[in-house]
Design a protein around this ligand. Structure first.
Ligand SMILES: Cc1ncc(COP(=O)(O)O)c(C=O)c1O
Length: 338
């Protein structure tokens, strides 16, 4: 990783690099320019998808600091909680997961996977997602007082250390684009949740001096709330890695919460169906369907290449368990306003 000489200690979990594939049928369907899919759904660590990447650095750092219990959390459908439980197990440390959701806290595949990997689930008892990070810190403090060595990690693993995973992913992508297309990508489209993936991507692109535009599709929070979070995270990550600061002018955050977190609109489902029926991509309602809905609409309208030679890259972040859980469910009646 020539552009990133100061990456933190890493616990190898994934099978990286993930493939960067052509998308000829999708491209024909959209009538657009060069298009590639970054297959992080094939990241190779369980079904952790993109969350493999932050966990490699979070657990590498935890091991380096003698941590004996990882405390983190998320929702009942969260890919990250299942992935964190597995990663902690591989690192040889315990794991506690604070999970939001009241009556809805059912035996979802992701929670079942987390429990199968030996994690202790701490139900929050209500749907206030923002409380997870507070309770994670409180639980870590309790464990510390009891003589344990906990690491508290916010939802999604979105810390400066976790973001290093996507800084590395950016370098991986640029390397692949140069080899395959002879140019850096014109733009990258990805879903934006807790922000670590987008922040890391900005760091890796800036470190390489790439002019690539990042189109981040916010599925959880309004842009005015999540954009400063992403940029703060990116700045802290760049400072820790000793690289150039992220370029704000290369980030566009699109509000695509639609009917709500985890709920796809009819248009999102149509985009997922197009991805499935052209390139065999399985997208989840929470992240993939929404990011692809925005990307496909822009590509159809010819808006994403900005007249640049490089490809547009659609980042398939994974979400397999969630995608299979909700496949075939009816779309909610309400659409539109977040
Ligand atoms: C499948 C999938 N895609 C995208 C994201 C969003 O990534 P981030 O939280 O780093 O913004 C997540 C977060 O959990 C995810 O599970």
């Amino acid at each position: 990783m020539t552009w990133l000489p100061r990456l933190p200690p890493r616990l190898l979990l994934g099978t990286l690099p993930t493939p960067l594939v052509d998308a000829p049928r999708l491209r024909a369907e959209l009538g657009c320019g060069p298009l590639r899919i970054k297959r992080d759904d094939l990241a190779g660590f369980g079904i952790a998808g993109n969350k493999t990447r932050p966990l490699e650095y979070l657990l590498g750092d935890a091991q380096a600091h003698g941590v004996d219990v990882l405390v983190t959390g998320g929702g009942p459908d969260s890919n990250f909680v299942a992935a964190a439980a597995m990663a902690a197990r591989v690192a040889g440390i315990a794991c506690e997961l604070v999970v939001w959701g009241g009556a809805s806290l059912g035996p979802t595949p992701n929670l079942a996977l987390a429990e199968a990997a030996g994690a202790r689930l701490v139900p929050l008892g209500d749907d206030r997602r923002e409380r997870v990070d507070v309770v994670v810190s409180e639980r870590a403090a309790e464990l510390r007082a009891a003589g344990r060595r906990p690491l508290a990690v916010p939802r999604g693993g979105s810390t400066p250390v976790g973001a290093a995973g996507f800084a590395r992913a950016a370098a991986e992508l640029l390397d692949q684009c140069v080899r395959l297309d002879g140019a850096f990508p014109a733009s990258v489209v990805l879903p934006l949740g807790s922000g670590g993936s987008t922040a890391g991507l900005l760091v890796g692109l800036a470190a390489a001096g790439a002019d690539t535009m990042v189109l981040a599709v916010s599925v959880s929070r309004p842009p005015e709330e999540i954009t400063p979070t992403v940029l703060d995270l990116a700045r802290a990550c760049a400072a820790a890695l000793g690289t150039a600061p992220p370029r704000e002018d290369r980030l566009e955050v699109v509000d695509h919460r639609g009917p709500g977190f985890g709920r796809a609109s009819a248009a999102d489902r149509a985009a997922a169906a197009t991805a499935l029926c052209t390139e065999g991509l399985l997208l989840d309602d929470t992240y993939g369907a929404k990011a692809f809905a925005v990307a496909l609409a822009r590509l159809r309208a010819g808006l994403v290449h900005e007249g640049r030679p490089g490809p547009v890259v659609l980042w398939h972040t994974g979400g397999v368990a969630s995608a299979l859980t909700h496949l075939g469910e009816p779309v909610p009646a309400t659409t539109g306003a977040p």
